[in-house]
Design a protein around this ligand. Structure first.
Ligand code: HEC
Length: 198
């Protein structure tokens, strides 16, 4: 007897449930009901449009002062040689010895594509551009370049130096360190050749 009532109740609940599901069933051609639609569809400003919400009236705002782009921690800035040298002391070459071979190979590609037109295939300063009248760069195999620390060369590539423009946009940071490895290998070969010639 008791069981019968429970069964009846359960049956009623089942019918109600199925009925409700049927009533609120998804109607695919129409949109679902949106609760608080204002959170979903807001009125966006076009990037270049005038914007009364900001003091300068622009939609595109500059990043907040001190913003650091992920993967681009700020480098000490420098453009004159004297500062470049001191900045060089504040950086360290992040490549470790195990990276060397791959680094030198990648560095060779970067050198051939970016540096060779001025510095020449072997770094002697005899590239095609100086042959056409551009102020010739000093040889990367000479005394001065041998004495430059990795970090100072990094700085020269990043900020340029006198007649050499900055290559920061063409050569990503990791590639700058790799091209330095390649320059070191050129210097090594040239030193060995000189010793053999003596
Ligand atoms: C547009 C020609 C040009 C290109 C391209 C160029 N350089 Fe230079 N580079 C120069 C000139 C010119 C100098 C001499 C700058 C000066 O007067 O101090 C120089 C100087 C240097 C020096 C300092 C050498 C020294 O003994 O003082 C280094 C190191 C160097 N370049 C590395 C590179 C690397 C690495 C690249 C490629 C990423 C590169 N350069 C691409 C023209 C160029």
């Amino acid at each position: 007897m008791h069981i019968r009532w429970i069964n009846l109740l359960l049956l009623t609940l089942l019918v109600l449930l199925v009925g409700t599901i049927f009533i609120v069933r998804r109607n695919y051609p129409t949109r679902n009901v949106e609760l608080l639609p204002g959170m979903v569809s807001y009125v966006a400003y076009n990037a270049q449009s005038v914007n009364p919400n900001f003091a300068d009236g622009k939609t595109l705002q500059r990043p907040v002062a001190g913003t650091v782009v992920r993967g681009f921690p700020p480098l000490p800035s420098a453009d004159t040689t004297a500062v470049a040298m001191s900045v060089g002391e504040k950086l360290t070459n992040p490549l470790n010895v195990n990276d060397s071979i791959a680094a030198v190979e990648r560095g060779a590609t970067v050198f051939a594509n970016i540096c060779k037109p001025c510095h020449g295939a072997r770094g002697a300063g005899d590239g095609i551009i100086p042959q056409k009248g551009y102020p010739p760069p000093p040889s990367l195999l000479a005394e001065n370049a041998l004495k430059l620390r990795d970090e100072q060369i990094f700085n020269i590539i990043t900020n340029g130096q006198r007649n050499m423009p900055s290559f920061a946009t063409q050569v990503v940071r990791q590639d700058r360190w790799r091209v330095i490895r390649y320059i070191r290998s050129l210097q090594q070969q040239s030193l060995q050749k000189n010793i053999a010639a003596q």
